[in-house]
Design a protein around this ligand. Structure first.
Ligand code: ATP
Ligand code: MG
Ligand code: MG
Length: 346
């Protein structure tokens, strides 16, 4: 069988590799850490820094197609990967790893992010807060995930003393939303696009904690507009694979939050809850195979993340006959860390 290379060693890579194995592929992980939960389930593993072009070139040598499970992979060193081997391509990475670029890109294809201004130096913050209004959120342009690298600014003095990192920040208005949802699509090499159903997504402390189907009526009402935008994003990037766009459902329609050029936590329910999971369809898309059916297998479903200590009580989770329990094999249950998830169908 062909070998699929995965840049990044987290649980998304692990679940991609498990889906790939089911279709008879071999997987090879590349990541900077010496141990990773993705490499645990793969045939091969290369440890290398993101900027190590020699290691990346060697990795590319043993792969037939390469994908990523992590959007903050530096783009320039990926030039050593032969043309056409990387899917999705580097355009999606460039856009999705910089919040300002991403928001401008989405505006250019007709979407509506929250009002925002880039803040590249300490002395620009007060002006941005003034222009955009409070309450708002200051986010690092790069490298943020699970709500890390964010400061909520409700009062003018909340902005005092914040040091803007060299790679810059964006200040955006706090959106008053009824609920959050994401559009997850897969686009094949022939341009065909399929969507999964959208769940209601709930967060706790900036981290996704729960997804449920069916989502409230406001999500169904705004789904067409959100899907149209996600489709335009995918087409403008000539995207291959699974793409996720996060939205706030508001009284004024869907507000774009951010995109992830990869499989997404809010799509983990598709492993048991859809005919074809996000992981399998991502593998199918990058391998140039026909896409699978994205339909739900049941109208009702909940997915709960196991965060930090939640994962310790395995026996209790397993005693629920409706629970599909997934543990990611992480050794250290640090607070706020995603350790696994549970899906309940029907
Ligand atoms: P991840 O990539 O893990 O989804 P992240 O660190 O990139 O997270 P965001 O998605 O930007 O962070 O924000 C995390 C959560 O914080 C959002 O899902 C939402 O609940 C809340 N949030 C972020 N930005 C806003 C906003 N402008 N208005 C209201 N809530 C927001
Ligand atoms: Mg994010
Ligand atoms: Mg997010």
């Amino acid at each position: 069988g062909a070998t699929i290379g995965i840049l990044g060693g987290g649980q998304l890579g692990r679940m991609l590799a498990m889906a790939a194995a089911q279709l008879g592929f071999r997987c090879h992980v590349y990541c900077p850490e010496d141990k990773s939960v993705a490499a645990q389930v793969c045939d091969g593993f290369t440890q290398g820094r993101w900027d190590d072009r020699d290691a990346l070139a060697q990795f590319a040598n043993v792969c037939d197609v390469i994908t990523y499970e992590f959007e903050n992979v530096p783009v320039e060193p990926l030039a050593v990967i032969p043309q056409g081997m990387l899917a999705p391509g580097t355009r999606a990475l460039e856009v999705a790893q910089d919040r300002v670029r991403e928001k401008r890109f989405v505006e250019d294809v007709g979407g509506h992010p929250a009002p925002f201004l880039s803040v590249d130096h300490d002395n620009e913050l007060a002006h941005a807060v003034d222009r955009i209004g409070r309450p708002g959120i200051l986010k690092t342009r790069r490298d943020g995930y699970d709500g890390k690298g964010q400061w909520s600014i409700a009062l003018a003095e909340d902005a005092q003393g914040i040091r803007i990192p060299a790679s810059g920040c964006v200040f955006e208005r706090m959106v008053r939303f009824e609920c959050e949802f994401s559009v997850i699509l897969v686009r094949g090499r022939d341009g065909e696009i399929r969507f999964w159903e959208s769940t209601r997504n709930r967060h706790a402390g900036g981290v996704l904690s729960h997804c449920e189907l069916p989502a409230p009526a406001i999500v169904s009402e705004q789904l067409e507009a959100a899907r149209t935008l996600a489709r335009k994003v995918a087409e403008a990037l000539d995207y291959i694979g699974v793409l996720t766009c996060e939205f706030f459902a508001t009284a004024d329609g869907p507000v774009f939050n951010e995109m992830a050029p990869r499989v997404h936590n809010s799509g983990h329910w598709t492993i048991e809850g859809a005919v074809t999971s996000q992981f399998e369809n991502h593998i199918r898309a990058i391998a140039g195979l026909p896409l699978g059916d994205t339909a739900c297998v049941a109208p009702k479903m909940v997915m709960d993340n196991l965060i930090g200590d939640d994962a310790l009580d395995l026996a209790r989770h397993l005693s629920d006959p409706a629970a599909h329990v997934h543990l990611y094999g992480k050794v250290e249950a640090r607070a706020g860390r995603k350790m696994g998830h549970i899906t309940r169908i029907g």
